[in-house]
Design a protein around this ligand. Structure first.
Ligand code: NAD
Length: 441
């Protein structure tokens, strides 16, 4: 279902009319393409407070400069902000440049973890969240604003490259924590060297559930673009579509209902060499208000969206089928984070994903060398959302800072960043891909 309002506001009369009427002004977002893989223009590095972070030395590949007339990306290092006086330097640094940031540009604020022994530091570092989210809501022109909390710049390379690229077009207003730099989470494996930054998943196997269509298909396609050998899993009824996707991507199809009690064992049997990336994408909705919801609608949604994720994750970790350095990415939803009328079953299942991720992530990393994260999509243009009644669909599309729906590829790009071997220090995160939706913001 094309977004006609977005097309209309791209014309001169459309711009004039919507501005006069005070209507939302969505800007066409610049997404990744082979022709334009990176943001074109200068990347500006600013600092507030006294920082110990050595971003330039840590990752010269980022191409940050110290001054620019019209930057396309701005990184503000605010890790050294410890009191309200130095917080003013955040204002002083960004106030003069914010207007000149290019359309579809990026602002990334770097913050420090909250110090439990210093409530002044904790107060102003928390203040950066309110600042970031507020700026994201007012900046417009398809520009995004995110906050990354980190202690060591070496651990944040893949995250900064993602957030400072067209790949993160629909990710805004997020707070992402990057843990300590740890060689063991991206081990230097002589059989699988990380030599090709454009294809970081080369030599790796990725399985995506529910990948015969929609978001899952886009995830499989993006992981294949990044070099992975993909396994396209879907229910037997969708086998033909799964095969079509797998053939196109040079991968294989696996016809399997993920709710089967032995699904984990069957995946492990189909992949004797093990699995590097597991994407739990399969999901269903069976909407009804709780007063009208029969038990079957409750249990089918909980089974596909949560119980099967728990079962297969447990089985693949316990059997050792998930290889060290592996990545698990599950799919939550903003409906799970914010709640949604008619979706008590779906909201419960997707909130459950966030709980699973937060609890399992540290243990999976310590015991198996595997990270566990989730993406939480907002309004994504798919067959599912095309079927939503017009006014609700329009509200879903416009009620976010970018005033438009996301595309399946936006969820896929976020998944690919979390699946990157260089993202070993990103663990236990639930990252919304929602254009900074007002729902549960
Ligand atoms: P979709 O309905 O288009 O695709 C889901 C796929 O999962 C289908 O191919 C389906 O056959 C498969 N599937 C369903 N049950 C399965 C099972 N038991 N075993 C194996 N495969 C199964 O949905 P989508 O819009 O692409 O959504 C993908 C994921 O993103 C879901 O988890 C959904 O809840 C989540 N999500 C979507 C949106 C959105 O706006 N579309 C928003 C938030 C979250």
């Amino acid at each position: 279902m094309p977004d006609r309002y977005l097309s209309f506001t791209g014309t001169a009369p459309g711009r004039f009319l919507t501005r006069r009427l005070g209507l939302p002004q969505p800007a066409p977002l610049k997404r990744w393409s082979p022709q334009r893989p990176a943001l074109e223009g200068d990347w500006l590095l600013l600092t507030a407070g006294k920082s110990d972070l050595d971003l330039l030395a840590a990752d010269p590949g980022l191409g940050l400069t110290a001054s620019s007339e019209k930057p396309t990306a701005v990184v503000l290092d605010a890790t050294g902000v410890r009191d309200v006086e130095t917080l003013a330097e955040v204002h002083a640094a960004l106030h003069p440049v914010v207007r000149s940031v290019a359309a579809s540009g990026r602002i990334v604020v770097l913050g420090a973890p909250l110090d439990p022994a210093d409530h002044h530091q904790a107060a102003v570092q928390q203040a950066l969240e309110g600042f970031t989210r507020s700026l994201g809501k007012e900046i417009g022109l398809g520009r995004t604003v995110n906050l990354v909390r980190l202690t060591d710049a070496r651990a944040a390379g893949s995250t900064l490259r993602f957030l400072l690229s067209p790949r993160s077009a629909y990710v805004s207003g997020q707070v992402i924590e990057v843990g300590a730099h740890d060689e063991s989470v991206a081990p230097a494996d002589p059989d699988r060297p990380l030599t090709d930054p454009d294809h970081p998943l080369t030599g790796r196997t990725a399985l995506v559930t529910g990948a015969a269509r929609g978001i899952g298909e886009a995830v499989a396609e993006t992981l294949a673009r990044d070099g992975a050998r993909v396994v396209v899993l879907d229910v037997p009824q969708a086998e033909q579509d799964a095969r079509r996707v797998a053939d196109r991507l040079g991968g294989t199809a696996l016809a399997l209902d993920i709710t089967a009690p032995d699904a984990g064992a069957r995946i492990a049997a189909a992949l004797p060499d093990g699995l590097d990336v597991l994407v739990h994408n399969a999901g269903i909705t069976r909407d009804r208000r709780l007063v009208n919801m029969p038990a079957e609608r409750w249990s089918s949604v909980l089974d596909v969206n949560l119980a099967s994720v728990l079962r297969t994750t447990d089985a693949l970790l316990a059997s050792g089928a998930m290889r060290r350095g592996g990545r698990i990415v599950a799919t939550a939803s903003i409906a799970g984070l914010a709640g949604n009328a008619g979706q008590t079953n779906y909201g419960a299942s997707k909130a459950g994903i966030a709980g699973l991720v937060r609890s399992l992530a540290p243990r999976a990393l310590a015991e198996h060398g595997v990270t566990v994260n989730a993406v939480a999509p907002g309004f994504i243009e798919t067959k599912m959302t095309a079927a939503v009644p017009l006014f609700i669909r329009e509200a879903g599309r416009r009620m976010n800072s970018l005033a438009q729906g996301g595309l399946p590829v936006d969820v896929a790009e976020t998944t690919a960043w979390l699946a990157d071997p260089g993202s070993g220090s990103v663990n236990g995160q639930v990252v919304r891909v929602c254009g900074q939706s007002l729902l549960g913001a």
